[in-house]
Design a protein around this ligand. Structure first.
Ligand code: NAD
Length: 242
């Protein structure tokens, strides 16, 4: 492990345009469960699998089931940024990191101080009335007295600005993410099983010098990475000096 940390230190020291591509594993050290770890949401005994519940179909036709799961499992409003989030914010501040591309919807990168964050799957912190488009914050949605949050102006159902299964990604966010990945010299991929598409496919645009992978379990990109570290992303990154 020590040897890998030294290699990572050297790569980061010699990079000037790093992009970080992350997933739910980046937030597990903040206490937010991911999907595919042993204690992840896929392994909880629910009536429906998570990708079915947080789908467009469920939002439309079974909004109670959707909001029960979404509020309870996806809206972890007490979670705080961990060592990975704060490390990346510092790397950006030092001018070494150009963007964080995340599949997470928890807003913890911004809470940790990062500025350029491309949220491929949206954010729990933005919510809009489906009728009149009035904005609502996460606290309003989480604490609404009715299970299904309604607009105080027109009574319309409020929808999170989150990309649900069966929905497409935002074009501008995708373009920004692909540009960042295409132009960086080092890509650090961390805390993602790389099985959610199209997000996982964007790492193919990388043509820089160093591909680094930090993940607890193996991924399909391990064989193409220059450096693979199987460990906790917060623990690993906090050993790097910047
Ligand atoms: P995933 O659950 O499929 O995979 C998480 C990966 O991270 C696993 O391979 C696991 O071994 C690894 N991991 C867990 N903790 C780690 C740690 N501390 N350090 C390093 N690796 C760790 O997650 P995914 O690939 O992001 O796909 C799941 C989808 O679900 C995404 O689209 C995401 O939007 C959504 N999701 C988001 C959140 C969140 O916003 N925090 C939480 C759950 C799910």
């Amino acid at each position: 492990m020590m040897e890998n940390i030294e290699k990572l230190q050297e790569i980061i020291d010699n990079s000037n345009n790093i992009v970080f591509f992350g997933g739910a594993g980046v937030s597990t050290e903040s206490g937010i469960p991911d999907f595919r770890s042993v204690d992840g949401l896929y392994n909880l005994k629910y009536k429906y699998p998570p990708e079915q519940i947080i789908s467009h179909t469920f939002f439309q036709y079974k909004p109670e089931e959707f909001y029960r799961f979404y509020k309870d499992k996806m809206m972890c409003l007490d979670a705080k940024p961990n060592k990975a989030h704060t490390f990346l914010a510092k790397l950006e501040e030092k001018g070494k990191l150009s963007a964080v591309v995340t599949q997470n919807i928890d807003g913890l990168h911004q809470a940790g101080g990062s500025h350029t964050v491309y949220e491929l799957h949206g954010s729990i912190h933005r919510n809009y009335c489906t009728k009149c488009h009035t904005f609502y914050d996460a606290e309003f949605v989480k604490n609404s007295k009715d299970l299904i949050p309604k607009c105080t102006k027109c009574g319309g159902i409020i929808k999170p600005d989150v990309v649900l299964y069966e929905e497409g990604l935002d074009d501008e966010t995708v373009t920004n993410a692909i540009n960042a990945i295409s132009n960086c010299d080092t890509l650090i991929i961390a805390g993602t099983s790389l099985v959610v598409y199209p997000a996982a496919s964007f790492i193919r645009y990388f043509k820089g010098n160093h591909l680094v992978l930090i993940n607890l379990s193996e991924t399909s990109a391990d064989k193409t990475a220059d450096l693979v570290i199987h460990g906790k992303v917060g623990e690993v990154l906090s050993q790097i000096k910047i």
